[in-house]
Design a protein around this ligand. Structure first.
Ligand code: BGC
Length: 457
């Protein structure tokens, strides 16, 4: 492993910018990266994603394999995060390792997570732990996941257990990562397990159920650890109508915005959906206000036009115009428009919830680092301006530290500040990694760097 990381160590540290040249961030700002257990740990076949892979559903045909080898050696990447001057790191715990069979707790897994959190703290890095990042233990999947009759009790029991075991090492908890992505990719677009297509109503029920379960876990976590800070990670997409003069384009864009961006968010904000969506489903009043912070995952802008042929997707054609800035393409579709201003749209909405905001994911698939430096610097510039105008943004977590296993895209899409060769586990710092290092070490953005990367391409 020592050899494998040599190329990173050899990269010279950039000097921090001098005072007048620097857009300085608040003193306790968190400079982090985000990761997820299944994407980095490797060698786990107890969850529904390993079944999905077995069934040949990874478009790139890749195998998750050892991923970034974190189960054995996350410390290698923690060293690199420390060298980069990061003071925060978001990871998730894998429920299927901790409770591989219903009601049976795997002590060694909990101990390994304790070891990982301690390793972060020893390096001056504050952990933020997410309890659910898309993966379910196989037995939970078989019981109907979040629609199963026992789902709330089972997830709550798991959440309590984790916080009891790890609470002395972590204060910030994310219950769910992106319920809106989990539900829409799993039940409308068929790209995530269980692979259902066009089942909008079920997706909506999944979101409602996850909101209720989030609220239950929120209260349990506080009961176990009174000073915990608990939130969730919300994926926010900027949907823009293809033709802003077209009533139908605008209508279908609003519908997507309501269902995707607003559903979970508004339920937690107000304890109910907006009319007419509040007519579907159960009473959600108990969910109101169950968050201490709002986590935002912001990646792209997508263009929307009305298309009667797309009936399974509510007559919405969602696409990326070819001329806009974008990173690498997926196996058979573009990933999205890389758009620094998207963070402003998301933050302005989240600010209405009147709690601290963390940007918990932001990044771009870009193996050759062609566009990442531009996106990183210009997104951070937006964040700086937002803080200046009074938005309470407490941290930025880039997705991601080291290239990792990108769900159905496998190794085809590379999001890392550090390049990974999954065969040899060799790591090589990308130029954007060096840029991020200098930002974190100086707690600010250098105007000169911004100037250098002011234009895309
Ligand atoms: C997910 C990550 C994923 C990233 C890049 C996010 O929506 O939380 O797991 O790797 O997007 O696609």
């Amino acid at each position: 492993m020592r050899d494998a990381v040599r190329s990173v160590h050899e990269v010279p540290f950039s000097e921090s910018a001098t005072e007048p040249d620097l857009l300085r961030f608040p003193p306790d700002f968190l400079w982090g990266v985000s990761t997820a257990a299944h994407q980095v740990e490797g060698c786990n076949d107890h969850n529904q994603w390993s079944d999905w892979e077995q069934r040949g559903r990874i478009r790139s045909r890749d195998r998750c394999g050892d991923a970034c080898d974190w189960w054995k050696n996350a410390e290698c990447d923690f060293d690199l995060a420390q060298q980069m001057g990061l003071n925060a790191l978001r990871l998730s715990v894998e429920w299927s390792r901790i409770e591989p069979r219903e009601g049976q707790w795997h002590r060694e897994s909990l101990l390994r997570y304790r070891e990982m959190l301690k390793a972060l703290l020893e390096r001056g890095i504050e952990p933020m732990v997410c309890l659910h990042h898309f993966t379910n233990p196989r037995w939970f999947e078989q019981k109907g996941t979040f629609l199963g009759p026992d789902a709330a009790r089972l997830f709550d029991r798991f959440a309590r257990r984790v916080v009891e075991e790890l609470g002395d090492l972590c204060r910030h908890w994310v219950t769910f990562n992106e319920p809106n992505v989990y539900a829409s990719l799993g039940f409308v677009l068929g790209e995530f397990p269980p692979g259902r297509v066009g089942d909008v109503l079920t997706a909506f029920r999944v979101i409602n159920s996850m909101a209720r379960i989030h609220a239950i876990a929120y209260r349990s976590i506080h009961a176990v650890q009174p000073d915990a800070r608990v939130g969730w990670a919300h994926n926010y997409i900027w949907f823009a109508p293809a033709n802003s003069y077209s009533l139908l384009d605008r209508l279908v864009t609003r519908l997507l915005n309501e269902l995707f961006n607003e559903s979970f968010l508004r339920v937690l904000e107000r304890g109910r959906h907006k009319f007419p969506f509040n007519l579907v489903g159960e009473n959600l009043s108990e969910t109101k206000g169950t968050y201490d912070f709002v986590g935002l995952n912001v990646y792209s802008r997508l263009t929307v036009s009305f298309d009667f042929r797309q009936r399974k997707q509510l007559c919405a054609r969602v696409y990326v115009p070819p001329e806009v800035p974008q990173g690498d393409c997926g196996v058979d579709r573009p990933y999205g428009e890389a758009c620094p201003e998207a963070v402003k749209i998301a933050v302005d909405r989240a600010a209405k919830l009147d709690k601290p905001i963390y940007i918990l994911e932001n990044g771009v698939p870009d193996a050759s680092d062609r566009i990442r430096p531009w996106l990183l610097l210009n997104t951070l510039n937006e964040i700086y301006r937002l803080i200046e105008t009074g938005r309470d943004i407490r941290g930025y977590f880039h997705w991601t530290l080291t290239d990792n296993f990108e769900w159905t895209e496998g190794w085809n899409l590379r999001f890392g500040l550090i390049e990974l060769n999954p065969e040899t586990q060799e790591r090589t710092m990308r130029p954007s990694g060096i840029i991020y290092q200098s930002i974190a070490l100086s707690n600010g953005l250098s105007r000169q760097m911004l100037e250098e990367h002011s234009r895309f391409g």
